[in-house]
Ligand binder design. Sequence first.
Ligand SMILES: Nc1nc2c(ncn2[C@@H]2O[C@H](COP(=O)(O)OP(=O)(O)OP(=O)(O)O)[C@@H](O)[C@H]2O)c(=O)[nH]1
Ligand SMILES: [Mg+2]
Length: 386
Amino acid sequence: MYNNNILIGLYKKKKDKIKNIEYLNELEKLLKIFNGKVKKKILQRRFNPNNLTYIGKGLLKKISIYVNKNFIDTIIFDDELSFSQIKNIEKIINCIITDRTKLILDIFFYKAKSYYSKLQIKLAQYRYLLPRLKNMWMHLKKQKGGIGQRGPGEKEIETDKRLIKRSIFFLNKKLKKFKNQLIIQSKNRINIIKISLIGYTNVGKTTIINNLIDKNLLVDNNLFTTLDTNVNKFYIKKKKFIIIDTIGFIKKIPTQLIESFKSTILEIKNSNIILHIIDITSKFLIDKILFIINFLKKLNIINKIIIIVFNKIDKIKKFNINKIKNLFLKNKNIFINIKKKYIYYFYKKKKIKNKFILMSNKNKIYIKNLKKNIYNEYLKNFNKIN
Ligand SMILES: Nc1nc2c(ncn2[C@@H]2O[C@H](COP(=O)(O)OP(=O)(O)OP(=O)(O)O)[C@@H](O)[C@H]2O)c(=O)[nH]1
Ligand SMILES: [Mg+2]
C-alpha cells in the first residue's frame, strides 16, 4: 500500500483550481512519510462529488486502464469517501481505494510515540472504522436480498462492530483519566505562565522552541514531525514559563482526530499566551491563518493573548513588508497595521487585535525579540498572579 499512487481531487470553479492542486501537493508530501511515489494527479471539475463514485464513471474507466498498465497499488481521494463510494469505485478499478482521512490516520498511527498519543489515534481509527462497518453490514444485507436472512460474513461484522464499540468505550475511559490528570497538573501550575505554540504543520514551531530554550527536540522538513504535545519549562528574567509544542494543523483535518485530541486542545485552552506561528513563504497564507483562527473560534479560544509570529523571513529574498500588507488588504476579515505591529480580524462583528512579530530561526536577534514580547505580555497581564 502507498507505493505507487494516484491522487484524485475535485474543484468547483476555475478560480479554485490552484488551491485544489495545492491540496494534492500536500497529499504528495504526506506520502513521502511512507516513501510513496505519486504517478499521477487528477483534478476533475464538478460542482459536487458524485454520490456513487465521487468522480464520473467515464474518467474512472480511463484511470482503470492506467492503473493496470502502471502497477498502481493505491488511489487516494482528497475528500473522505463513503463506504458505498469505495465499493462502487472498486468495482471499476483494481487497486486499493482510500482517502485523505485514512492516509492521515495511518501517518499518525505510524509516527505516534507516547502511550497517550497512541491511545488518541487508536480512538480516531475506530471512529473512522465504525460507520464503515455498519455500512458493510447493510451492503451484505442488500446482496443477500432478504431481510432476516443471515448471510456469510454478517456474523463476523456484528462481532467486529461489538468489539470496536467496546474498544471505543475503554479508550474513552482511559483518555478521560488522562484528561483528569492534565486538569490536576494544570491546576498545580496555576502560578506559572503557560505559552502554547500552534500553527500549520512544518511552519517551525519546534525549531522556535529549540532556539528559545536551548533544547534539541526533533525538527524535520516534513509534515507532522511533532505528534506528541511537549511541555517544557524555561525562564525569562528569573520568571518561570511553560512552553507547549502542539501537533501541527492541516487543511481537511479528519474530524475523528479532533475528537480524539481533546487533551491536546485542553492544553491550548489552559494557556495564557498563544503563539500562532505562520510560515511566511507558504502558499495561500491568508487561507491558512483564517483556518486556524476559525479553529480557535470553534473551540471558544478567542479572548486570549495571541501573538502572531511570521516565521522563516530569511527565506524571502527581498523582504518587502508592503507585499505582505497588500496580501492582507485583499481580505475583508483580516488586515494588518504594519506600523503598530497589529493584526486585526473580526469575530461576531467585534474587532479582535493581535500583536504580530516577524522572525527567523536563523537569527538569534529575532528570538530575543520574541522573548521580549512574551515577557511584555506577561507584565501587562499577569502582575495580578504574583
Ligand atoms: N529557513 C528557515 N527554515 C526554518 C525556520 N524555522 C524552521 N525552519 C525549518 O522548517 C522545517 C520545519 O520545522 P519544524 O520546527 O519541524 O516545524 P513544526 O512546525 O514543528 O512542524 P510539525 O512538527 O510537523 O508540526 C525544518 O526543516 C526547519 O529547519 C526559519 O526561520 N528559517
Ligand atoms: Mg514540530
